[in-house]
Ligand binder design. Structure first.
Ligand SMILES: [Mn+2]
Length: 254
């Protein structure tokens, strides 16, 4: 994917909105904050990358999608009508996205990191779950969650039951993720940072952009690259901007 930016244009990145969590009211407040952010960037956005865990839970049945999120979905529909490219990635919470957003709104949905070129910079962009050393418990779970037979069996549960189970599960995993030491910066043991250093030995990227860690990070990868973590929108409201051949992390205050 190649994006050629005019001097007054920018590319935006955000991840981990976790829409739907932890409860309806808190999520709605966050949803309208996200909409205010989208409104603030729509005039100069050449593209917007939403890098996974957009929804705290998402599942596409053949004829049904989860209720809610209409204000957010309407906003991105309106931006698509204006011709702004929007690119989705799945995260570990919404990995069951299929082609609903692609068919309805022309939003591609990526399940793995992709290489993008903005002007002369080369970026690797993805959610980041299951990459790098460690995280073995999750890697095993991901095998189960991405298993076709398991997905088919889940699809045959009534959505009221399936989504209830999923919300219980997502709630427990979220709390454990935040309370365990996974939440704090692990220095040299940051597994996504380790992953970027491994990739950089084989292929050069100017920027590695991931979500998943819920920690806004800008770390060097060798002499010429940076690993960026986009943070999250539950309490920090951080996002990435690429402009004038530089990448910056910012925080949305309004
Ligand atoms: Mn997340």
């Amino acid at each position: 994917m190649q994006i050629n930016l005019a001097s007054d244009q920018k590319v935006y990145f955000a991840s981990d909105f976790h829409l739907g969590a932890p409860d309806y009211r808190t999520s709605k407040e966050r949803e309208y904050k996200i909409i205010r952010w989208l409104e603030s960037i729509e005039d100069d956005a050449a593209a917007i990358f939403l890098v996974g865990d957009i929804f705290d839970f998402w599942f596409e049945y053949n004829t049904v999608i989860p209720k809610g999120f209409i204000p957010f979905i309407s906003k991105i529909a309106q931006m698509r009508q204006k011709g702004i490219p929007i690119i989705f990635f799945t995260g570990n919470h919404d990995l069951w996205m299929k082609d609903y957003f692609t068919v309805e709104l022309g939003i591609p949905v990526h399940h793995h990191p992709i290489e993008i070129h903005i002007n002369r910079s080369k970026l690797l962009v993805g959610h980041g779950d299951g990459l790098g050393p460690g995280d073995n418990k999750y890697k095993l779970l991901k095998k189960l969650f991405t298993n076709k037979l398991c997905q088919e069996l889940f699809r045959w549960l009534h959505p009221d039951i399936g989504i209830w189970i999923a919300q219980k599960w997502s709630g427990s995993s979220r709390i454990s993720n935040l309370e365990k030491d996974e939440g704090s910066f692990k220095g040299e043991d940051e597994w996504l940072w380790a992953y970027t250093k491994e990739v950089e030995k084989r292929t050069h990227f100017d920027y590695y952009i991931f979500g998943h860690r819920h920690l806004p990070l800008e770390l060097p990868v060798g002499e010429k690259s940076s690993y960026i973590n986009l943070g999250e929108w539950v309490s920090q409201y951080t996002y990435g901007v690429y402009e004038h051949d530089k990448f910056m992390l910012k925080s949305f205050a309004k």
